[in-house]
Design a protein around this ligand. Sequence first.
Ligand code: F6P
Length: 498
Amino acid sequence: MEPVLSAAQPSTTPGVTPPAAPEGQFGDFDFIVVSNRLAVDRVVDEHGESAWRRSPGGLVTALAPVMAKADGAWVGWHGAPDETLEPFDESNMRLVPVPLSAEEVELYYEGFSNATLWPLYHDVIASPEFHRTWWDSYRRVNERFAVATASVAAEGATVWVQDYQLQLVPKMLREARPDLKIGFFNHIPFPPLEIYAQLPWRRQVIEGLLGADLIGFQRPSDASNFLRCVRRFKGYTIKSQQVYVPADEATPAYVSRAEAFPISIDTASITELAHRPDVIERSREIRRELGDPQHILLGVDRLDYTKGIGHRLKAYGELLEDGAITVEDAALIQVASPSRERVEQYRLLREDIEGAVGRINGTHDTMKNTAIRYLHHSYPVEEMVALYLAADVMLVTALRDGMNLVAKEYVAARTGNTGMLVLSEFAGAADTLRQAILVNPHDIDGLKAAIVSAISMPKVEAMRRMRLMRRQVVQNDVERWSQAFLNALQSGSPTHGD
Ligand code: F6P
């Protein structure tokens, strides 16, 4: 990779003002998280006033206490194109907004991140597109994130870069600021060498990631896929999980490590909601609204082709055809939250899924009962937990998924140890939630059998399984995950996640 700009030389892109370069060499913050999206959402109150609110996600919840203790800053895009904002303070952290032009949203975010890397890293379920203009934009935007980060990092600060949108940032940072301790975590799968090899910029991306002292992956198989690619495309020496990166003109030799740290959820807050009387009442109301069927099944996904929603609908539709279930006995709630709607593959998927739902409901609905209650919405976490409580069976049928936190949230919410999880073996969560009914979602007959078995499992057996899964999720929450990663980053010695 060509040398990148130093922190004192921000890049210029038409329409976007880069963050100001620092006065001196160092910034003020000892701990910095860098992610494509900032940790806050803009909310508009009833008077039309806009304000920032901490994002509800597990990552933000896990890192907020670390931020408050360590003088933390979060660097990320604030979600609006063509808008430059000054850094501001919110929820005990400094927020450093990185501007993106409308064109960069199209090329870097929708293009290279979500129409090249996303399908490539998810086993080419959809065809990745390779465009040099997208790659150029990805590089430029990664550079802007690196410059913004370098400008706020104190001497010797710890920087934790998140996810596939920012894989070049670790190397850019190491070159600009060799004093930093740099971690990277990949939230999505890392593909096998034979698939990764398609990427025209495969060498540059590996070099970018290797800029980190520690590279975290969801599953051990992701870490070993990555190490195989390092060996093949860089030829570096690898011992156990350590990569010996030789010196080049910009950086002295150092050791980088690649290990698995399976991410988790904020188990305590889900459990607390599951005990709240209003949430419990809402779950009863959901059941009543569906006509109190014997079995409620639930799917909750971003509307993404990796989630196997079509396979799930096919299996469910066939069970109705076969008469194994009826609309009087069972109802499937499918929450499909809107996602990446300007990307072509996502538009096509929406048409497919909504067509399938329409066909199944058209065939099986009665005036009173509906087969599939399809909801193309996002909901607040309280409503999600009410849905988890209302559902006897949770269906997670991803064709490929880094982890799948919905599976873990469902388990966390089932505080009475009832309910059953049907879980794809292609989701990272299958490594730890071994007592779920594990399925290959491509095997429609197997998926149908798993649904029937979940519905009809004897209560004692279902409770035994759920108790074991809950123990897993309670003991390994997102705080433990972030501590394990950050301890390993500081200690510099190999460790193992759960
Ligand atoms: O799983 C990867 C991820 O980037 C998550 O971090 C994020 O919540 C989700 O995909 C949706 O991403 P976005 O809407 O930012 O493209």
